[in-house]
Design a protein around this ligand. Structure first.
Ligand code: FES
Length: 166
């Protein structure tokens, strides 16, 4: 799925069914199904949740309860890349706040927001578990430790769309 693209339930039904098929015989598989769909679509659109509700015979309000309870699930479209700025104590002391401000300025989004081009979602997290590398920022699954303020632009350019990224 390309950046900024939304889900069309008709066009995306095969992807949705592939995930459901994976858990067809697994009891109490709702969370696993939602995890895989969240990974597949980068968020959980309402039509997808309605489809899951029918397929698993679970009331839609129960699905929303689970989807809103766990922070890992997204109910709004997410950027192609997720930037998590650690604002735990060690990172805070070493300037995480300034890094967050700089990224907000460069991306023109608030914390929790997604850039207009759908490239980046910017979040803060409590601790990435690598305090010795403070201040730390995670982009997708990559941790960037001891990040300096003047390195944020270069960091963004490493992840911004490249021709072979489509
Ligand atoms: S406080 Fe930032 S990695 Fe622990």
């Amino acid at each position: 799925m390309s950046a900024g693209e939304t889900v069309s339930i008709a066009a995306d039904t095969p992807r949705l069914e592939a995930v459901l098929q994976r858990y067809r015989r697994v009891p109490a598989s709702l969370i696993s199904v939602l995890e895989d769909l969240n990974e597949e679509f980068r968020y959980l659109p309402r039509p997808v949740l309605e489809h899951v509700s029918m397929a698993l015979n679970v009331p839609l309000n129960q699905i929303y309860h689970v989807a809103t309870f766990y922070k890992v699930f997204n109910l709004a479209p997410q950027g192609k890349h997720t930037i998590c700025v650690c604002e735990g104590t060690a990172c805070h002391v070493k300037g995480a706040g300034a890094i967050m401000e700089k990224l907000q300025e460069q991306l023109r989004v608030s914390e929790g927001g997604t850039t207009e081009d759908g490239q980046f979602t910017l979040r803060s997290v409590r601790c990435l578990g690598c305090c010795a590398l403070a201040p730390a920022v995670m982009v997708d699954h990559d941790v960037h430790g001891e990040l300096q303020l003047d390195e944020t632009a270069r960091l963004l350019s490493r992840y911004a769309d490249r021709p072979d990224d489509a």
